[in-house]
Design a protein around this ligand. Structure first.
Ligand code: GLA
Length: 396
């Protein structure tokens, strides 16, 4: 059974309160949403935060929090890796589907997976040859993606059970953990908080905060894969993508940036106007051949450094579902699910093959610790790493 904590009260007479009542009292019997219960049972919509056990790992309990708003959307978050396990959003006809790749039980996550929906850290994406220098010291990291380190190393932030607290204000949950000095080779004790909030405007907001007691490097993101037709419904190659980025960082054969900031104009990397993801993905273009598709960091056309700005817009033509990604970060990794190879069966019981999901990972650029011309990822004691990303859902 889900134990629901109700949404915070709002000022009497507010439109939001009225709408909440309309949904709860007027529509509730009709709006029976399928949430992501392991059994797939239909559960009545209740606005607020639900909580239930979801498995154990190394003797630690994993909890699933389900955030449900008054606008027909719900999001399930696991304390294991901060994984976004499901995102239920309506189509233009009001049909709910889970638009993120993942599993319906903990076993799938425990068996290993390609970073479905998790917090990625301490350093998202790659650091060349697993080494970097900081203040005259050389640090050695695990080589878990030959010949580089990827997504925080052997046991990154995705493989820990995080502490959790339900928010008092808003529909959300705050996850936190302390990453000890030396964890996966990184210097400094890092205190990390990641807050997931669901708004009534069908936005999932993720706020990251980190502090350190010694100089270190930090790059945090979420690695959700999306399929706006619903996970398990096949390829995302027909999704139309627009990226607010006139430049990207080309990579070498090991997917490490060469250091160049290249214009997308005149190449199949150009998404400044909407294009189907698959339209040019098989072009004989060196960068696409190296990546087996798109696996590239785009340099966002930002007006300034720290405001939330639109980074990407994706439309799935059949369902009409739209995803907009807003971020405070300077970059976004477009990954077209190139390494999905049919080896895992997803929540709907269907196998995920190449191109069955895409990720848009808001981030600092890969390998920044070794690239002096990229925006810095160094965090010093007394400073705060803050970052916000919003996944906003609507229909066309
Ligand atoms: C990121 C990387 C990809 C791949 C995926 C996870 O998107 O850039 O190369 O490693 O994560 O499979």
């Amino acid at each position: 059974m889900l134990a629901f904590r109700s949404a915070p009260s709002r000022p009497p007479g507010s439109l939001a309160l009225l709408l909440t009542f309309v949904v709860l009292i007027g529509l509730a019997p009709a709006v029976v949403a399928q949430d992501a219960t392991p059994t797939g049972e239909a559960t009545p919509v209740a606005v607020g935060v639900g909580q239930e056990p979801f498995g154990t790992v190394d003797g630690e309990e994993v909890t699933r929090y389900t955030l449900t708003n008054g606008s027909g959307m719900s999001v399930a978050i696991l304390t294991y890796g901060g994984i976004i396990q499901s995102i239920m959003v309506p189509s233009r006809d009001g049909e709910l589907a889970n638009v993120t790749l993942g599993f319906d039980s903990f076993d799938g996550y425990a068996a290993g997976h390609p970073y479905f929906g998790n917090i990625t850290g301490r350093y998202a994406n790659r650091i060349a040859k697993g080494t970097f220098e900081l203040e005259g010291e050389t640090y050695e990291l695990a080589i878990n993606n030959e010949p580089n380190t990827l997504h925080g190393g052997e046991k990154g932030f995705d493989k820990y059970v995080w502490d959790a607290a339900v928010l008092d204000d808003g529909i959300g949950v705050r996850l936190s953990r302390t990453s000890p000095n030396g964890e996966e080779g990184y210097p400094g004790t890092l205190e990390v908080e990641v807050t997931y909030t669901l708004t009534d405007a069908n936005e999932l907001q993720i706020d990251y905060l980190a502090t350190t007691d010694a100089p270190t490097v930090v790059n945090l993101t979420n690695h959700a894969y999306f399929n706006l037709a619903g996970e398990g419904n096949g390829s995302i190659l027909d999704h139309e993508l627009q990226l607010m980025a006139g430049n990207y960082t080309p990579v070498d054969e090991t997917l490490i940036p060469t250091g160049e900031i290249a214009a997308v104009s005149g190449t199949p990397m150009d998404f400044t106007e909407p294009h189907a993801i698959g339209e040019r993905i098989r072009d004989d273009f060196g960068q696409l051949v190296i990546g087996r598709g798109y696996d590239h960091n785009y340099v966002l056309d930002r007006e300034d450094d720290d405001t939330l700005q639109l980074a990407a817009r994706v439309v799935e033509p059949t369902s009409g579902r739209v995803l907009e990604v807003l971020s405070t970060e300077p970059g976004i990794q477009l990954y077209s699910g190139n390494f999905l190879d049919g080896s895992v069966i997803g929540a709907s019981g269907r196998m995920y093959r190449q191109g069955d999901g895409f990720a848009l990972e808001t981030q600092h650029f890969p390998d920044s610790p070794n690239q002096p011309d990229f925006p810095t990822t160094v965090l010093n004691p007394g400073e705060e790493f803050r970052s916000t990303t919003v996944y906003a859902f609507s229909t066309d």
